[in-house]
Write a protein that binds this ligand. Structure first.
Ligand code: GLC
Ligand code: GLC
Length: 679
């Protein structure tokens, strides 16, 4: 049959027409000419391009060239230096490609041949601050065994490039993109860790702070000195006329500590755009030189052996008067451009979009099939609504919002997380809140009260972050364990509340592990670290209460993971068990194979996972958000895709779920991973 098809003249004709159509569609004679010109230039600089490595580069460049050109033009056309800058960009690509080590190039090729490598159930992430975890990068090497004991193997080291000690925003105000903070170590330490990770089958993720530099960065310093070239790297204005036009539509990120989006420089008598803190100057991507510099930095970091780059504050890259200056089309174009550039030089390196925006906007950071952007994005919807569900004891808003989330493109994946270094924003849709019967404003006010422990009966111990007195809006700070009630339970010496809060901690980890995506644990959560309040005595930190959940790793507490019956032992070992279960079951990999189902009980979230290819049922997950026993009818099993007579078991406990009078029962905050019992 196959043979027949191959020889069919009809099929051959169709294929030919198809090929011509493709060539016509992508082939642009002008691009071809330009590509030749650029390759000649590269040859002029570096000599012949006939070696095998250069041929690989040329192949990748040719495949991406028209698209890179189109994206670049769409932002920079009309500028006199457009063509020259474009050529500079391509030259940088080759320069960085030449510097890329042989072993990284070999890794790139392996990953090119296995495009879905990142979707695997084998990956489990953790984010950590080196200074809080192990003091420095050398000390970090001694702690890798601990990470492997837990089972995490994708490690996001929080920003560690050079930042001013005082005004550093936890590493997000970079003053040198090519140097590591001297307190932590050096760039060689990073490459070394990347090498050790590769040997141990682990992945390294680092931040790339794209949107702004520190005001101590040399570009900013030169701009302050009046250097015209560097002034054009930023948004600088002699008076308030343009800033006022911008401000009319821009929200404030840090209204408490850094109100407004511009900062006045008294010596220079200039206003500079500072969307985040006053010392974080927004880069002006209207200037192609800025794009080229940052692509260069991106590839420099990729060449240190970094596997994944977290593109910080991605939605903010483009600013336009009359808009909120977030999620603009040009920001997406810039990200797509960066992606294509990496595709040519370091195709094994993947991007995380840090876009904590509304669900319908987040999804756009994946790009489209034929025009990809980032490989990974934070599932902020799941994160924020897990906290909402714990506060309300109900899964209805979570169900409603996740159900509405458009499916992501195949090949892309979520970071599923419960907590990170930032505040928890309540950025879900007002419309969804109305749909489940609440008033959006009142509901958010309730959540703020709940997580700051003001609401009667709440066990949570968090704090309001960036509380806006006028609108009442705020976000939430606090460690996962303290928000889940553990801090209060321990202070109250309540055994019952301690148990309940541990159940909550395990429940949220069960969800981020099984929902479909890359689970990312926040360091310390695996032993239930509580809020730490010593940041209040540090003048550089006390105004930013996100530091309460960025405390030091408590290694003494971590030791207790081996003491049976301790809080640490239960949390650590149960998370470890969740990780083992994830790695044992291939269908936990992310192939868009999670389906929510209506559980019929508003306290219980239900979803299924299926085999990636056949869509055959594999597992039903049930999660109870209530502090009481809850149940669902057995008919749910059939609706989930199980056979009526099948014997079932829970992967977590290894026993069948409790079934009473035709109802499946769940204890407070219990979850089940229901599978068919193997025959
Ligand atoms: C990101 C970081 C946050 C930082 C901000 C400014 O959102 O996660 O911690 O304050 O960017 O760089
Ligand atoms: C990022 C996030 C936002 C967060 C802020 C500061 O911009 O998008 O949600 O509040 O950083 O932490």
């Amino acid at each position: 049959m196959q043979c027949l098809c191959k020889n069919s003249p009809f099929l051959k004709g169709t294929l030919l027409i198809f090929e011509v159509w493709i060539i016509k569609k992508v082939y642009r004679a002008a691009d071809h000419k330009l590509l030749w010109q650029i390759l000649k230039k590269i040859e002029g600089k570096y000599g012949t391009l006939e070696d095998k490595q250069s041929l690989i580069f040329i192949t990748r460049l040719s495949a991406n060239f028209s698209q890179i050109r189109k994206l670049f033009d769409s932002v920079y056309h009309g500028r006199r230096d457009c063509e020259r800058q474009f050529q500079n960009l391509i030259l940088i690509l080759y320069t960085r490609y030449r510097e890329r080590s042989r072993s990284l190039k070999a890794l790139d090729r392996r990953r090119e041949n296995e495009p879905e490598w990142l979707l695997s159930n084998q990956w489990v992430g953790m984010s950590l601050y080196v200074e809080h975890f192990s003091n420095d990068l050398k000390g970090f090497l001694d702690r890798i065994d601990y990470l492997q004991e837990l089972g995490v193997n994708l490690i996001h080291l929080m920003p560690l490039l050079k930042t001013p000690r005082k005004e550093g925003d936890g590493g997000y105000a970079v003053s040198n993109y090519r140097k590591v903070s001297p307190d932590l170590g050096s760039m060689e330490d990073i490459s070394n860790i990347a090498r050790v990770f590769r040997k141990r089958g682990m992945l390294l993720a680092l931040d790339l702070v794209l949107n702004h530099t520190s005001d101590k960065h040399k570009w900013a310093k030169k701009a302050k000195q009046g250097d015209k070239k560097y002034r054009e790297y930023y948004y600088m204005y002699p008076d308030r006329s343009v800033p006022d036009l911008f401000e009319a539509h821009m929200p404030e990120i840090f209204p408490d500590t850094a109100p407004g989006n511009f900062t006045f420089l008294p010596k220079q008598k200039k206003w500079v755009m500072t969307v985040f803190h006053r010392y974080q100057w927004d880069l002006n991507y209207r200037n192609p030189q800025v794009l080229i510099e940052m692509v260069d930095v991106l590839l420099f970091l990729a060449n240190q052996g970094v596997d994944i780059l977290r593109l910080d504050a991605a939605p903010y890259l483009w600013k336009e008067i009359g808009t909120g200056c977030q999620n603009l089309a040009e920001a997406h174009t810039l990200l797509k451009l960066m992606r294509r550039c990496a595709e040519v030089v370091s195709p094994g390196v993947k991007f995380i979009a840090e876009a904590i925006v509304t669900p319908t906007e987040i999804i756009k950071y994946f790009g489209q099939h034929e025009d990809p952007e980032c490989d990974i994005a934070y599932n902020a919807t799941l994160m924020a609504l897990i906290w909402n569900s714990l506060a309300t004891t109900k899964a209805n808003l979570l169900y409603q919002s996740l159900n509405k989330l458009p499916e992501k493109p195949t090949g892309a994946t979520w970071i599923n997380y419960a907590r990170c270094h930032d505040d928890i924003g309540l950025g879900f849709d007002d419309e969804d809140i109305y749909q489940v019967g609440f008033d959006a404003k009142m509901h958010r006010a309730f959540l703020l009260d709940y997580y700051t422990g003001k609401f009667q009966g709440s066990q949570a111990k968090g704090a309001l972050f960036m509380h806006n007195q006028h609108t009442g809006d705020a976000r939430i700070s606090g460690s996962l364990a303290s928000l889940a009630g553990l801090e209060k339970a321990i202070a109250d010496k309540s055994v019952e509340q301690t148990m309940l809060s541990i159940n909550k901690i395990i429940l949220v980890h069960a969800l981020i592990m099984s929902y479909g995506g890359l689970p990312m644990i926040y360091s310390g959560d695996e032993i239930g670290l509580l809020n730490q309040y010593d940041y209040l005595s540090d003048p550089g930190k006390k105004a930013d209460n996100r530091w309460m959940h960025r405390g030091d790793m408590d290694w003494n507490a971590a030791e207790k993971r081996n003491v049976a019956g301790s809080v640490q032992s239960r949390i650590f070992n149960e998370i470890k068990k969740l990780i083992e279960i994830r790695k044992d079951n291939l269908y936990w990999s992310d192939h868009n194979s999670s389906r929510l189902i209506h559980s019929g009980n508003q306290h219980i979230l239900a979803f299924t996972r299926s085999e990636p290819d056949s869509q055959r049922f594999s597992m039903l997950v049930l999660a109870n958000f209530d502090s009481n026993i809850q149940s669902v009818g057995k008919d749910l099993l059939i609706r989930a895709g199980l056979q009526a007579d099948s014997e079932i078991s829970d992967l977590f406990t290894g026993s069948p779920p409790t079934i009473f009078k035709g109802f499946i029962e769940l204890q407070p905050y219990q979850f089940y991973f229901i599978v068919e019992k193997p025959e």
